[in-house]
Design a protein around this ligand. Structure first.
Ligand code: MCA
Ligand code: AMP
Length: 537
């Protein structure tokens, strides 16, 4: 252990120096807050992968320093975007942390995205650097260089690629770039209900304040170990999980892909798990999920999609643990959460209640509004609006869209429909946005319909979400043919697979004679939903 005033060796002097620089120069940089929470014993294990690799806290510090130095050696303009279309790996996380450390803006891209999707994101965000898997270098670099990207590096799950080769030539010390709360840290694309995807601009202040609130709210404690089994392309796995563990100096058990049995096998050495509802459904399907198997666990957190009450109850019956459900968005990080502890002062509010998303987090103002943004009374159903230090600054290069989504008094319209009950618990009862959430991934019908409508022989289409036992909800495409044409459902599905991320592919497609319409000629999706409701049950 290093203590001030003792004779310091080279390594410890370095640690002391870094600690000093965090406090004085870069306290608003999110990375500085995460780094300051590293345990004093930097040789302890920070990450253990499911393939048996061990990374110490010192490894994370040195690796982020080297990649940050590489990025800074490229002499990029301030505010440059660093896009990552890389599979989940510890090195991909290092790239994220190094981007923060160097003061640039991180742009995560799901590796399921195909070329048209990547072309749009890269064209819109104009990243200075793109990092991709070596097997995709050909098409990704073509798209990137066309969009004006200066550097394309490769990074593979086996810790190879030009990014690490180049970073290996850098020194392993780096002074964190000073950043203010309002400075941009990341752009996360969320699909649009109409038109193209929008890049939610999240600042260092948005991410740091949310992480700090969650550290207290979820009772992170010494000795916690997180099982990280989510993808790191989106808010849940990238921010909520990684920031949570790092800000508590907690070890992560790092799983490249969610495998229920592997998660169960690691549970005995862990205390915290985060998952979308599908992960809980799949774990429940394992006979090995028992109270004994989850003995060391302190907290199971669910979110990103509605957790069915039956899943919530079954989990308690099987394990003795009550899942804590919370609610968030790409634009806001986490907004509400069920309580962690029983607080004697507020006993009536201390219960984790299934089918609710709990209370607004400290610092978050949440209201339910009706027509003209008029606040509604307790128990009334309306649009959920939020305000707080976690709420994003706006959509990247879309000032009109940003203005549309905020009320005159600065509340963000979430597009979720809900109510607040007499005890103050928030319930989400639906969405005003036409969105399907499938296995925790968002699918916007307008986007998929656009692709289907372009296919030969298709006149029109409608995509609706229906219940699914595994993914919660999945898309069903209902298609109308052009006069005289005979498009086949199988050909439509095959064509979509060529163009779209796999999770956006409808799980069923039918060609029908006509779509139900109202008097205004608008497709009545509620009737289609009712018609196909039982398809997968
Ligand atoms: C894979 N497929 C899917 C999905 N995932 N289809 C619909 N929805 C999905 N989510 C496709 C595959 O391509 C495959 O198609 C078929 O379904 C079966 O794949 P399977 O092997 O079962 O899938 P998997 O690879 O095991 O993935 C399932 C998964 C994964 C583990 C549930 O989707 C996942 O990690 N989801 C988590 C998403 C997430 O992190 N969301 C957080 C967003 P084929 O057979 O045709 O190839 S952040 C967020 O929402 C916020 C803001 C918040 O509140 O947290
Ligand atoms: P994203 O576009 O990935 O930011 O997804 C955000 C959306 O996920 C929210 O607007 C909600 O519709 C949904 N969501 C997140 N958490 C929950 C939850 N616990 N229950 C219901 N819906 C949720």
């Amino acid at each position: 252990m290093v203590q001030g005033g003792q004779s310091l060796g080279r390594q410890t002097r370095l640690i002391f120096y870094l600690g000093f620089s965090f406090r004085t120069m870069a306290q608003h940089n999110l990375f500085a807050a995460l780094r300051a929470a590293f345990p004093s014993d930097l040789d302890g294990t920070a990450v253990e992968t499911d393939t048996g690799l061990l990374y110490s806290w010192r490894d994370l510090d040195r690796a982020t320093a080297m990649v940050a130095n590489l990025l800074q050696s490229l002499d990029l303009p301030a505010g440059s975007r660093i896009a990552a279309h890389t599979e989940k790996s510890v090195e991909a996380m290092v790239l994220y942390l190094a981007t923060l450390r160097a003061g640039y803006v991180y742009l995560p891209l799901n590796t399921a995205y195909q070329s048209a999707e990547v072309e749009y994101f890269v064209g819109n965000a104009e990243p200075a650097v793109v990092v991709c898997a070596s097997r995709n270098f050909g098409w990704v670099s073509k798209i990137a260089f066309k969009a004006g990207t200066q550097y394309v590096f490769t990074l593979d799950e086996d810790r190879t690629g030009s990014l690490l080769d180049r970073a290996a030539q850098q020194i392993d010390v780096h002074t964190v770039a000073p950043r203010q709360d309002d400075d941009l840290a990341a752009i996360v694309y969320t699909s649009g209900t109409t038109g193209r995807s929008k890049g939610a601009m999240l600042s260092h202040g948005n991410l740091r304040s949310n992480a700090e609130v969650l550290k207290d709210y979820w009772g992170w404690q010494k000795g916690d170990v997180l099982i990280h089994a989510l993808p790191i392309f989106h808010v849940h796995g990238l921010f909520v999980a990684i920031h949570g563990a790092l800000l508590n100096g907690s070890k992560m058990v790092w799983m490249g892909k969610f495998e229920p049995r592997a998660v169960l096998a690691h549970m005995a050495q862990a205390t915290v798990f985060m998952g979308v509802p599908t992960l809980y459904v799949r774990l429940l399907a394992e006979p090995g999920l028992t109270a004994e198997a989850t003995r060391t666990m302190r907290l199971f957190i669910a979110g990103s999609a509605p957790l069915l009450l039956e899943t919530f109850k079954e989990w308690t019956a099987r394990t003795g643990h009550t899942i804590l459900e919370r609610y968030g968005m790409s634009e806001t990080v986490m907004l509400t959460s069920n309580p962690y502890t029983a607080d004697a002062r507020f006993e009536y509010q201390s219960e984790r209640r299934g089918a609710t998303v709990g209370f607004p987090l400290p610092g978050v103002s949440l209201r339910v509004a009706g027509e003209g943004d008029a606040p509604l009374a307790e128990g009334e159903i309306g649009g959920i609006q939020v305000r707080g230090p976690n709420v994003f600054a706006g959509y990247w290069r879309m000032p009109e869209k940003t203005a549309e989504e905020f009320t005159a008094d600065g509340f963000f319209r979430t597009g979720d429909v809900g109510k607040v009950d007499a005890r103050g618990y928030v319930h989400i009862v639906g969405r005003s946005k036409d969105l399907i959430i499938s296995g925790g991934y968002n699918v916007y019908p307008a986007e998929i319909e656009g692709y289907i409508n372009e296919l030969p022989g298709v006149a029109e289409s409608a995509l609706v979400g229906v219940p699914h036992p595994d993914f919660g909800e999945v898309g069903v495409a209902v298609v109308i043919a052009k006069p005289g044409a005979d498009p086949q459902a199988s050909a439509i599905m095959a064509a979509l697979k060529q163009q779209l991320a796999n999770f956006k592919i409808p799980k069923h497609c039918v060609v029908v004679a006509e779509l139900p319409r109202n008097a205004m000629g608008k497709v009545q999706k509620n009737l289609l939903r009712a018609q196909y409701q039982a398809l997968f049950s």
